[in-house]
Structure formats: C-alpha cells, structure tokens
Design a protein around this ligand. Structure first.
Ligand SMILES: *[C@@H]1O[C@H](CO)[C@@H](O)[C@H](O)[C@H]1NC(C)=O
Ligand SMILES: *[C@@H]1O[C@H](CO)[C@@H](O)[C@H](O)[C@H]1NC(C)=O
Ligand SMILES: *[C@@H]1O[C@H](CO)[C@@H](O)[C@H](O)[C@H]1NC(C)=O
Ligand SMILES: *[C@@H]1O[C@H](CO)[C@@H](O)[C@H](O)[C@H]1NC(C)=O
Ligand SMILES: *[C@@H]1O[C@H](CO)[C@@H](O)[C@H](O)[C@H]1NC(C)=O
Length: 360
C-alpha cells in the first residue's frame, strides 16, 4: 500500500517537473563560426526569477539577462527576456574551448530547473592518406597482376571522426573493406580502414580514391587518390628480397604476441565464442616497423588496430599492433602469425591456438 502511494506520488512529481526547453538540443559547430545562439525557455513561457548559464570554456557561471551585459567578451544575451521565460547567449565566434556542455539554470517561482545543450566543436582533420602495405612490392609505383593490393586510408585529427568511403574511378567500393577503427585521443580521433583486392587487368590506370567526409571540409569531404598501374609482364618476377640482406649480419628484434589481460582464457586455451585481443609488439626496434598477420596461410586484414609507436627515455622504440578476433572452435590448432618488417629486417612470431568450450 505504502509502495503504491509512493508510486502515485512519484507520478505526480514527474508531471509537475518542469522541463527547460533548449534550442538547439545539441549542435555541431566549427571554430570561428559566428553568431551561434543557445536558448533556454520555460514551458508556456512562465516568467523566470533568474537565469544562470555555464558556457564551456568560460571559467565561471554568470547571469544571463537582457538587463546585464555578459561579463565575458564575445558573449551576449540571447532570448526574449526573463519576463517572457526566455534566456540564453549568443557566441560571437566559436572557440575550440567551447566544446562541451552548455548549461542553463533557471528559477521559476523559487524552483530551479536545468537545461543542457551539447556543443561539439569540430576540428578540421588532416587530409586523408592512403598507405600501401609494405608487404606489397610497390617500390616502383606499379603492381603485379593477380597480386593483392592492401591499402589503408587514415584520417587524422578529426573531431568528430570522419566517415570514410572508397571508390575505384567513380564506382563506390563495397567489397574487400575491413572494419573501421576509431582511436580517440583527447578531442582527436584517428579513423582508419583497410582495403584489400586482387589486382585485375581492368584495374590498370584506375584511380583508387579514399574519401573522408567531415563537416569542416569546405565541400563536406576531402579525397586522396592513388593511381593503379600494372607492372609490365617482363619484369613481373622480380624478387623483392631486400629485407633479408641485413638480417644475417645483425641480430634484429623478434616480435612478441601477447594476449590482453581481459581476454578470457583457461590456462593457455582461448574460449570459443569470446573475443580475443592480441598484441603483437616489437621492442628495441626502429620506428618504421609494419606488421602483417596470417591465420595459417590466410592474410588477416580485419580486426587490426592502428600501429602504436612509443619510445623510452633511452630512445629505443616499441611498435605494436592489436588484433581483435572472435575465437571459434574451428580455429583450434591453427597458427596465428605476426610478421614484423622494417626497411632493414623481417622476423615473425607464431601462436598456435588452443580453443576450448566454456565449461563451468
Ligand atoms: C542568432 O540570433 C540572431 C538574432 O536573432 C540572428 O540574427 C542570427 O542569425 C542567429 N544566428 C544563427 C546562426 O541563426
Ligand atoms: C579511370 O579514370 C582515369 C582518370 O581519372 C581514366 O584515365 C581511366 O581511363 C579510367 N579508367 C576506367 C577503366 O574507366
Ligand atoms: C628473429 O629473432 C630471433 C630472436 O631474436 C633471432 O634469433 C633471429 O636471428 C631473428 N631473425 C632474423 C631474420 O633477424
Ligand atoms: C635498445 O635496443 C638494443 C637492441 O636493438 C639493445 O641492445 C639495447 O640494450 C636497448 N637499450 C635500451 C636502453 O633499451
Ligand atoms: C630491450 O632493451 C632492454 C634494455 O636494455 C632489455 O632489457 C631488453 O631485454 C631488450 N629487449 C629485447 C627484446 O631485446
């Protein structure tokens, strides 16, 4: 009975609760955008006793009133006034620090209510880039017919993240695309995606285009392209063995494969149906290391993260890449190979999968 009464009471409170009407509800703006209005209104325009606003990037909250000048340069009152149940601000010119949550606290007949507007100040990304996997012999700018083309497109320093799409000449690519990775570092995102295809005769002289869509580009997007040229058949069999030359002279680092600590495992066995996260890392190496992954003889190009490069205080560099993969029973006995290459050496590490069923 008491519970029922409480419920009814809660219902009544919910009906009475005043919702501040914010306009817009949220917005995406660019640095330097002018006269951006943020408005808070009471329902049915009930008069306001006072209105305090908290603008992201401004140190202290201040009263937003048609009668008081705002204490911050570049910010003015916006709205119809307290009597008409309306207050807010106009930002003369958006600054990077305005990214965040705008908040107005409105008092109506002594009761305080809050309104929020989510402001995303977008940052212009660097133009996207296409990188060709080092596993591909592309040093002379041409490709062999029938060989795989492995490329990735990277868009750096976006906010929010860019949307990537790929084209061959004017046709949008839908096959052979890997997962999109977004890595967030503070208010910047690195977005990347792999593309893989076998080079066919009809690809000759086509342009491979990666498009990054982002509101802050003047046209709404920015593109990078790579022209695909087929190698003449006479020099088709050139062996690309530069990497092996120095390897006999010096001992070069060997990559290590390490399962992440939150990968569920029973002893050394992975559990079917769970996600495994594996880190391949080269320590004491050079910064130009790239990885290629295989499961038995199949190239893996999905589930791979960006490269993580770090340097210790003595200047030794570690390079790592993470593979996320759903483990299946049929992976049991397969070997995961992480091959690391730099311009001077190549080395690899293997991990033979043992997969087990969940057992309680
Ligand atoms: C903000 O409000 C002012 C005054 O009503 C108006 O002139 C201006 O166009 C508005 N800004 C935008 C971006 O709509
Ligand atoms: C693709 O576009 C390039 C120039 O943009 C053109 O030279 C080439 O002929 C086109 N190839 C095909 C197969 O349409
Ligand atoms: C690969 O690493 C191992 C262990 O460090 C080393 O013994 C071997 O020589 C390396 N191989 C090459 C080709 O550098
Ligand atoms: C740096 O790496 C080299 C191997 O490449 C190793 O001999 C050396 O001890 C490392 N130094 C430090 C400080 O890690
Ligand atoms: C890298 O250098 C550190 C510091 O000298 C050393 O302890 C470590 O064994 C080295 N690792 C490899 C893989 O050579």
């Amino acid at each position: 009975m008491i519970k029922l009464m409480l419920n009814i009471l809660q219902l009544i409170v919910a009906c009475v609760a005043v919702e501040v009407i914010t306009e817009p509800k949220s917005l995406i703006v660019s640095v330097g955008q002018q006269n951006v209005n943020l408005s808070c209104k009471t329902p049915e325009r009930q008069p306001i006793d006072f209105c305090i606003v908290n603008v992201p990037g401004v140190k202290a909250p201040f009263a937003s009133s048609e009668r008081l000048p705002a204490p911050v340069e570049g910010i003015t009152f916006f709205g119809d006034g307290w009597k008409k149940g309306s207050c807010g601000v106009t930002l003369a010119s958006v600054k990077p620090e305005n990214d965040g949550s705008f908040e107005c606290t409105i008092s109506i007949r002594g009761q305080r209510h809050k309104g929020l507007i989510d402001i995303v100040v977008q940052v212009s990304p660097e133009p996207p880039v296409i990188e060709i996997s080092r596993a591909i012999d592309h040093s002379d700018g041409t490709f062999n017919y029938g060989q795989p083309l492995i490329a990735r497109c990277i868009s750096r320093n976006d906010w929010p993240g860019a949307k990537l799409s790929w084209y061959l000449n004017d046709t949008q690519i839908t096959d052979g695309l890997g997962a999109v990775f977004s890595e967030k570092v503070g208010r910047q995102v690195i977005v990347q995606q792999f593309f893989r295809k076998s080079i066919a005769i009809e690809d000759n002289r086509k342009r491979l285009v990666c498009r990054a869509e982002h509101g802050s580009y003047p046209r709404g997007y920015s593109e990078v392209s790579l022209s695909i040229k087929l190698r003449k058949s006479s020099d088709k069999n050139v062996v690309n063995d530069k990497t092996a030359v120095g390897a006999t002279v010096m001992q070069f680092p060997k990559p290590q494969l390490i399962p992440s600590s939150d990968t569920e495992m029973i002893k050394d066995a992975f559990i079917a149906g769970t996600d495994a996260v594996l880190n391949c890392i080269v320590r004491n190496g050079t910064g130009d290391v790239k990885f290629i992954w295989f499961l038995d003889d199949h190239l893996i190009y999905e589930g791979l993260s960006a490269l993580f490069v770090s340097q210790d205080d003595k200047g030794n560099v570690s390079v790592a890449q993470i593979l996320k993969r759903k483990m299946e029973l049929e992976d049991n006995g397969k070997s995961l190979v992480c091959k690391a290459r730099s311009s001077r050496w190549t080395n690899e590490t293997r991990l033979k999968f043992t997969i087990t069923q969940w057992s309680k």
